[in-house]
Ligand binder design. Structure first.
Ligand code: 1HN
Length: 351
């Protein structure tokens, strides 16, 4: 007579026998597949500029921009090492260009944003138009547009690159090409796009030249700063965000890129914000001032005390709050437009 059947043994035998057919029982993984709420594998992380900058400068001695194609130190989420990802959907890196260097022209379907962190006088060229970089400027490279960078500055220029690389990889939808030219031929005067699209006006007979991506390549910090300062003085301050605005595609009012939303906010002096959580994991670049972000997940709270040019990431559905004694300015980006298009985005404001 056979021994009585033990259900665990029966199941283990079933799994082992069907495994060669690439079959797996759902009931063993169901809970992890549809968690009651987001359970991001990402962790909160903080990159102090004082710690990162020496490595950027060493990279500047170790390799030229041209050899590297893009001389970038990737900000990898500590829980996603090796994946070139700061969240599950987003990439972040700090790029260095030195006087006289060129980062050669290429194009890809991944969209990129540049947020200028240090130095000025470098340029990026997009579709034949150059834009000079200044700290705090937010610059766009639309999907599938030729772009190269160069520097006629007298010192190092560093910017944050934000790309949708993990998202495009997820969809297996990426294409890329190198240009035959090192630098693009300039075909339009600097500032043309901003004059056309950056003044609450638009051409009378012309469609959006980059479709879903904003035709404004560069959103100057001067303008954003001015708006936030005025609102901080003259309008109510939000208890969660301080004074916060989103950047827009001027012809649609939507996000400047189809895959990424960008924001700039000012926390007034003495700001002690309420906590919130949202499904879009968000990367921050500290523009001015000092402060702290408190990030809580599963009962654990971490504090990151930040300074200008620092970067930090708040993963999906982690509860966060911001505090600043002297006041500060923060730039941030996330995959919110994608989540909104898919009707997945959720935000909860707590008190
Ligand atoms: C890229 O093209 C740039 O153009 C920066 O500056 C970072 C990371 C991965 C793939 C392409 C750039 C990038 C990148």
């Amino acid at each position: 007579m056979n021994a009585p059947l033990n259900p665990t043994a029966v199941r283990q035998q079933l799994y082992a026998d069907m495994s060669p057919q690439h079959l797996t029982p759902l009931w063993e993984v169901l809970h992890a597949l549809v968690p009651p709420q987001p359970a991001s594998p990402c962790v909160p992380a903080h990159w102090r500029y004082a710690d990162v900058r020496p490595f950027l400068m060493r990279a500047g001695e170790a390799i030229t921009a041209e050899e590297a194609v893009r001389r970038v130190l990737i900000l990898e989420n500590p829980a996603l090492r090796g994946q070139s990802a700061v969240t599950q959907s987003l990439y972040a890196g700090l790029q260095l260009i030195l006087p006289g260097e060129v980062a050669p022209s290429h194009r890809h379907t991944q969209s990129a944003l540049r947020f200028i962190v240090e130095g000025q006088g470098a340029y990026t060229a997009v579709d034949g138009e150059r834009t000079t970089m200044h700290p705090g400027d937010f610059i766009i490279t639309p999907s599938w547009t030729w772009h190269d960078h160069g520097s006629e500055a007298d010192g190092p220029v560093v910017w944050l690159d934000g790309l949708d690389i993990p998202m495009v990889r997820f969809f297996d939808a990426g294409f890329a090409q190198n240009d035959t030219r090192k630098s693009q031929v300039v075909t339009r005067a600097e500032g043309t796009s901003y004059a056309r699209y950056g003044h609450n006006m638009a051409p009378v007979r012309q469609d959006a030249p980059f479709g879903a991506t904003s035709p404004i390549f560069s959103y100057p910090y001067e303008r954003s700063r001015e708006a936030l300062e005025k609102l901080e003085r003259d309008a109510p301050v939000d208890d969660w965000d301080g004074v916060k605005l989103r950047y827009i595609h001027p012809l649609t009012g939507g996000s400047p890129m189809p895959t990424m939303a960008t924001f700039m906010q000012r926390l007034p002096p003495g700001f002690n914000g309420n906590p919130w959580r949202q499904t879009d994991g968000t990367v921050y670049s500290v523009v001015e001032g000092h402060g702290s972000v408190f990030v809580e997940n599963a009962g654990q709270t971490q504090e990151f005390a930040f300074a200008p040019r620092d970067h930090f990431v708040i993963p999906s559905w982690h509860t966060a709050r911001l505090r600043s004694q002297p006041g500060c300015v923060l730039f941030s980006y996330s995959d919110r437009p994608v989540q909104q298009a898919l009707a997945l985005h959720r935000e909860e404001r707590l008190s």
